[in-house]
Design a protein around this ligand. Structure first.
Ligand code: DP6
Length: 363
């Protein structure tokens, strides 16, 4: 298992590349056991596990050019969907500052970051996981050019390590289809520093699992994840919540192998509600669900009771609902979603997604 110092690049020969660019495509992910609460530097308070998605992704091209010898300052430009975005710069600059210790070569270049998402802007889908992991992947592309001897495992672990420093959940987007992030006694090689692929054989019922994302509210979130995480410090239920999450991960580890989908549903839905319960009991308290989020949840429960199909929900830090179901139930699930759930979405919008494999190089 790698430690922090293993990720420091040795720049002793001071090689600087000519200008160039690297393009990476990285997906979003949806947590089954949630990460909510962290300490510096982006160390999770409990282990989490997620499905890597496929159709919700960010494509980023990183253009690097040797910094002029006279100018000390590094120029960083961020172009989002063709438009220069000043407002995205502080987050990226902070990220670059945080990772410079591990990729010191980055300060040799001026950077232009061109990025676009497959999902609509302000759809309420968090772009930080796909966005930060795509950028981290591109930066590792520069490292690989400087040191072609690094192997694939190191490349991926370090890409996840850098992603984490941009946004915690981004650490889980580099690989797929199921990733654990955070040290857990039952998952060998798991680490607080980077994500690792779920190391056991997954039961066929979970292969190619489906996630239909119902876009209930496409507006700006009133509380960012970072603020929410910080409210877990001193939260009255924090200690039991972190314990519960680690226990749920242990249960889920069994379930993902045995194929006990009924138990899967219990764990996943309970995790989603526990996450939102933490928000509702923070000081200050807040609610990210909307009335239609609850209507959808109730519809799913009614439908499950009536049909005994294995359709369940999870939530991230917002009002949108992720409807999860096995590939084998796709026909019935999609009919139900179209007929009974889509009317609760803003402008009837939803995205059909499924499990994926993580980052890819785009040539
Ligand atoms: C509710 O990864 O967005 O989606 O580390 O501050 O960038 P930062 O937070 P972020 O938090 C994700 C929270 C979550 C649960 C999860 O993905 O595990």
């Amino acid at each position: 298992m790698s430690r922090e110092k293993d990720f420091v690049f040795n720049n002793s020969d001071k090689r600087i590349l000519d200008n160039g660019n690297i393009t990476g495509k990285s997906p979003s992910n949806i947590a089954l056991v949630k990460y909510w609460g962290k300490s510096e530097p982006q160390i999770p308070k409990n282990a989490s596990i997620s499905f890597t998605l496929s159709n919700c992704f960010t494509i980023t091209t990183l253009e690097y050019s040797k910094k002029g010898t006279l100018s000390k300052r590094q120029n960083i430009n961020v172009i989002f969907e063709g438009e220069e975005k000043e407002e995205f710069k502080p987050k990226i600059e902070k990220f670059i500052e945080r990772i410079t210790n591990y990729v010191p070569f980055i300060s040799d270049y001026d950077l232009v970051i061109r990025t676009e998402n497959s999902f609509p802007h302000s759809s309420g889908i968090a772009s930080s996981a796909s966005g930060m992991s795509a950028l981290a992947f591109c930066i590792m592309g520069i490292e690989k050019k400087l040191d072609p001897s690094i192997d694939q495992d190191y490349f991926l672990n370090k890409a996840s390590f850098l992603s984490r420093l941009g946004s915690g959940s981004a650490a889980r987007s580099i690989e797929g289809p199921i990733v654990v992030w955070g040290k857990h006694p039952k998952i060998e090689n798991s680490s607080d520093l980077y994500g690792t692929i779920f190391p056991f054989k997954i039961h066929p019922v979970f292969e190619n699992f489906q996630d239909t994302i119902l876009l209930v509210d496409q507006g700006e979130k009133q509380i960012s994840s970072t603020v929410g995480h910080n409210l877990m410090l001193g939260h009255p239920y924090a200690k039991s919540r972190f314990k519960q999450a680690n226990q749920n991960l242990e249960r889920l580890t069994e379930v993902l192998q045995s194929g006990d989908i009924k138990e899967f549903i219990q764990i996943v839905e309970s995790e989603a509600l526990a996450l939102h319960a933490m928000m509702m009991t923070s000081d200050p308290y807040f609610i990210l669900m909307k009335p239609n989020t609850l209507k959808i949840i109730n519809k799913i429960w009614d439908f499950r009771k009536k049909t005994d199909l294995n359709i369940c929900f999870t939530l991230d830090a917002g009002a949108n609902v992720h409807v999860l179901f096995p590939k084998g139930e796709k026909g019935e699930a999609e009919t139900f979603i179209r007929n009974e759930l889509v009317s609760y979405c803003q402008n009837n919008k939803y995205i059909c997604d499924n499990l994926g494999e993580g980052v890819e190089n785009v040539i």
